[in-house]
Design a protein around this ligand. Structure first.
Ligand code: MOS
Length: 751
């Protein structure tokens, strides 16, 4: 555990003032000289090919500069490589149309308005084929995989155990398409100078963007500079490269002028990724006293025709409860859709919903309290692999959450806790998310004024990463928070990995701490080797930095500025790389090349590392209208060391609020005839507003885990959403006796 005083203390965001005063430069705010404006032309059909364009009217728009299509630039870029491997749909490389809203042209003009007008005047002659929208659409191809072929688990004989079980649950569940809808749009600005390219684009991985773009444009990564100082929400949607970037770079090269793209919100639904709809078949077998004897989980996920992208959340569901017989399997369904991708707790959010609903159904079948059922099946050993958990405080989360929520006052019989016209329901569910960590590098510079500068190509996607970096450096260097300046989001800085998978805080704080330790060691060495200082002759390892001083074990001390003067004639600069346990030795080099490298919570040899939580929800369902309200929710989480409880609270709370939306509001509606998203705007894509969100309580259960990583950090960005879908569905069942197994839960399901 860290011993510093700033670690674990609530701190307001160091970038907060810049954000609320408009000084924070988001990528599309970056100033470039005399930019031209791009507007995307997107496909109006979901499947077929382009016979030809009629560009006459578009070319006549005053201010028009250029129109890019497969006819004139198709060979200039490769398709982007999805981070998940496999392939994705084309854009301007060919005349093929693989989904609605596919980029098929880019219009560039002197103004945004002129580009938009000309784009609307591009006429396209399509050869149309019947498209398949999703599950059950004629022409959708189901790719059935064998258990074990993929990331699946097979332990014991689940089939036989299920057949022999005295109590069973056998049910099917579904989750819808969802889009991230970050406030910031998918902007890109490209500028060329002397054959070198600068890209301003919101990103969760600037080195990844650089590396992928270099491949697409057949350039050296070092000739591309990516800048993303601030990101206005990402949630996974800005993790991998999209097709737009290369074409904007090509547009800028053709014009020899910077080009800026700000796509529309509806275009964001099809030019980037989304959360795919999923289906699940769960079979649980148990003894009459509640011990699980069989667990089967089969999932189906929608993806594009060429992609193999899947989230396979059975990697999480197979290891939540002790069970001797496990069988999991994930299948893909290929349709005429854009390729899906990461979205907050990508595997766990859709896959824990069926498991935690089924556990609630099992508790009801056993006439047992749902928390008791979890307790009976709690484990410190992963049943899927036999490895120990590095730490697992699930039941402590349940105990603390239940106490705060008042769970003992729950009448177990559904439909009994009525308050006037409202049916009251209480539900709970488990949240779990792997503790991941990536390699990272950082440079720390100490100035003669005793101030520090930390440089790291990390990403603050709204999470508070700037502040986490400052806290770590100030804590380690014995400085005030205000004495630390942080630079991030730029490929000119030391590399950090993908800000995703709840891994970033763990990855970057270790790198920053290591560079700070380098500073301390250099100051200490100079101090003990000097002839005249108070620390002369001491063991350098015994010296610490605190409260602006270098201090010895017997109270010797010297101002940090003085100590610096002994070690360096000007500034003192230390670069450090941190390679966490579980990543290959070349992982840091991979990050610099823009490839993902991460130690995953279920990938280590010695232990399984996961954060856990217990989530409690009260719903009120109106007896006549059946509208569902969520007056309160309590989440108790154990995620190891919390670096900044203030922003951690916001992360957990944000996850829980999003969970209310996911369970009750959110779904991207698809026209099955045209394979087209129909509510592609924030007016019709429903998310919770303030009046949908009442009391949200977050409990941070203390947890020390020196095995997960030296600082004990597990990550918190995603676990807060994971249990909410099931907790709400379970509460709705408790209120009404109706078990809704398809999200979102709507009035019509409860009539
Ligand atoms: Mo997050 S969905 O891991 O970017």
């Amino acid at each position: 555990m860290p011993d510093g005083k700033l670690f674990g203390q609530p701190a307001i965001r160091i970038d907060g003032r810049a954000k609320v005063t408009g000084r924070a430069r988001y990528p599309s705010d970056e100033v470039v000289a005399n930019p031209a404006w791009a507007f995307l032309v997107t496909s109006a059909i979901a499947r077929g090919r382009i016979r030809g364009f009629d560009l006459q009217e578009a070319r006549a728009v005053p201010g028009l500069l250029d129109i890019l299509t497969h006819d004139n630039v198709g060979g200039e870029a490769e398709k982007p490589q999805p981070m998940s491997g496999g392939s994705t749909t084309p854009t301007l490389e060919s005349d093929q149309i693989c989904h609605d809203g596919q980029i098929i042209g880019i219009v560039v003009a002197e103004s945004f308005e002129a580009a938009r007008e000309a784009a609307h005047k591009v006429r396209v002659d399509y050869e149309v084929q019947q498209a398949s929208a999703s599950f059950d659409s004629p022409g959708a191809e189901e790719e059935v995989r064998e258990a074990g072929e993929h990331k699946d688990y097979q332990v014991g004989d689940a089939e036989a155990a299920f057949a022999a079980a005295e109590v069973t649950i056998d049910a099917r569940y579904g989750t819808p398409t969802q889009h991230h809808n970050a406030i910031e749009l998918f902007t890109t600005t490209c500028e060329w100078r002397d054959g070198k390219l600068t890209v301003y684009e919101p990103s969760q991985f600037v080195y990844g963007l650089r590396g992928s773009l270099a491949k697409q444009l057949r350039m050296e990564p070092g000739d591309i500079h990516v800048v993303s100082r601030f990101v206005g929400g990402a949630f996974g949607s800005k993790g991998g490269i999209t097709a737009r970037t290369a074409w904007i770079a090509i547009a800028a090269r053709r014009l020899n002028r910077p080009v800026k793209l700000v796509p529309t919100r509806d275009q964001g639904f099809t030019i980037a990724t989304y959360r795919a709809e999923t289906r699940h078949h769960i079979q649980l077998g148990a003894t009459p006293d509640g011990k699980l004897t069989s667990f089967r989980h089969e999932g189906w996920e929608v993806t594009s025709r060429p992609s193999q992208y899947n989230v396979s959340g059975t990697e999480t569901t197979a290891r939540i409860y002790a069970c001797p017989n496990i069988l999991t399997k994930v299948n893909l369904v290929h349709a005429d859709r854009n390729t899906p991708g990461f979205m907050r707790a990508p595997p766990d959010t859709p896959y824990m919903f069926p498991l935690e609903s089924a556990m609630d159904e099992l508790a009801a079948a056993l006439n047992m309290d749902p928390i008791e059922l979890r307790r009976i099946n709690d484990t410190q050993t992963d049943p899927a692999t036999g490895k120990p958990y590095s730490s697992r405080c699930l039941m402590r989360c349940y105990d603390e959450g239940a106490a705060r929520f008042g769970w003992q006052r729950r009448d177990a019989r559904p439909g009994t806790m009525r308050d006037g016209e409202w049916l009251v329901g209480w539900g709970c569910a488990t949240a779990a998310y792997p503790a991941n960590i990536g390699p990272a590098a950082a440079r720390v510079t100490l100035s003669p004024e005793g101030r520090a500068r930390v440089q790291i190509a990390a990403h603050d996607i709204g999470t508070g990463a700037y502040t986490v970096v400052a806290i770590t450096a100030a804590d380690r260097l014995g400085l005030e928070l205000g004495q630390v300046v942080v630079e991030m989001g730029d490929t000119d800085l030391p590399a950090a990995g993908l800000a995703a998978g709840s891994s970033h805080t763990a990855g970057i704080s270790h790198a920053v701490a290591k560079a700070c330790e380098g500073i301390r060691a250099r100051l200490a060495e100079a101090a003990v080797l000097s002839n005249d200082g108070p620390m002369a002759g001491l063991d350098p390892a015994s010296l610490v930095l605190s409260a602006g001083m270098l201090r010895g074990p017997a109270g010797q001390s010297e101002e940090i500025q003085k100590a610096l003067g002994r070690a360096a004639s000007g500034v003192l600069e230390v670069y450090a790389e941190n390679l966490p346990k579980g990543v290959p030795p070349d992982a840091m080099g991979k990050i610099y090349q823009g490839q993902m490298a991460m130690s995953r919570g279920h990938g280590r040899e010695d232990a399984i590392t996961y954060a856990f939580g217990a989530q409690f929800v009260e719903v009120r369902v109106h007896a006549r209208t059946r509208e569902v309200r969520v007056p309160r929710a309590v989440g108790a989480f154990a995620s190891g060391t919390i670096v900044n409880p203030l922003t951690a609270h916001s992360q957990y709370m944000g996850g829980m609020i999003w969970g209310i939306g996911a369970a009750l509001h959110e779904a991207t509606e698809i026209d099955p005839r045209e394979a087209r998203y129909v509510n592609d705007n924030i007016a019709e894509y429903l998310i919770p507003v303030n009046s949908d969100v009442r009391s949200i309580e977050v409990i941070m259960v203390p947890e020390e885990d020196s095995q997960v990583n030296p600082l004990g950090i597990k990550g918190i960005g995603e676990v807060g959403i994971v249990g909410m879908n099931a907790a709400i569905a379970n509460a709705v069942w408790h209120a009404t006796g109706r078990r809704v197994r398809e999200l979102p839960i709507r009035m019509e399901h409860l009539l």
